[in-house]
Design a protein. Structure first.
Length: 218
């Protein structure tokens, strides 16, 4: 629309104004000083623990605490990413990328097979953007609540003591891992795993089994 110069409060010629409809952003909590930001599902994260990676001693395992709960994004991430292990009842999602494992929990994130803290920060930044962007587009994504990829016996074997002690009743640790993945044997049958020496391995293995929906008896 056009206004005469004297009505626009400006000297000279007519002044043209373009009237635009309110955008989605400007309607959500706008203050009159520009469009309001859409609330992010994940605002911030902080690395709380750095541990040796038991699957690869030359790398590290990182645990990061996060702001808020992110589990609402899990079924949408499970729909757009390949090879995820989603445990809907336990609210966990494990992502495999470039030989690394990222397990998302409702209140924290665990990274495994990481080179150093710098790489961990880069991955956490990538995950933050991925979670927020996916959640923002959730209306256009069909959620996937299926469990997804299955665990592999070789991955489980790497987290066992590897002594082939036969206390579990199997001839080798690899044979035990095969039955463990097939849910034909309980993890508790590996008694050395429950000693103090293998506590970290037990924690990682239990976390993977739990994330994949396996029942773990104490």
């Amino acid at each position: 629309m056009k206004l005469p110069a004297h009505r626009a409060g400006l000297p000279g010629k007519e002044v043209s104004f373009i009237l635009c409809p309110l955008t989605r952003l400007s309607r959500i909590g706008g203050t009159g000083h520009g469009p309001a930001r859409v609330k992010m599902l994940l605002d911030s994260y902080k690395i709380s623990r750095v541990l040796p990676c038991l699957a690869d001693p030359e790398k590290i395992r990182v645990i990061a605490e996060i702001s808020g709960e992110i589990h609402e994004a899990f079924p949408y991430l499970n729909a757009i990413l390949k090879g995820c292990i989603y445990n809907h009842p336990a609210l966990t999602l494990t992502i495999k990328k470039d030989g690394k494992l990222f397990t998302l929990h409702a209140h924290h994130i665990t990274l495994a097979k990481i080179e150093d803290e710098k790489e961990a920060e880069e991955i956490l930044g990538w995950l933050k953007n991925l979670i927020n962007e996916t959640y923002e587009k959730r209306d256009r994504i069909e959620p996937n609540f299926s469990k997804g990829a299955e665990l592999k016996a070789l991955d489980m074997f790497k987290l066992l003591p590897g002594t082939n002690c036969k206390k579990c009743g199997e001839p080798t640790c690899l044979a035990f891992a095969v039955k463990l993945v097939g849910q034909e044997i309980e993890i508790t049958k590996c008694t050395p795993l429950f000693s103090g020496e293998y506590q970290e391995k037990r924690n990682v293995l239990s976390e993977l089994l739990h994330a994949a929906g396996y029942k773990i008896t104490s």
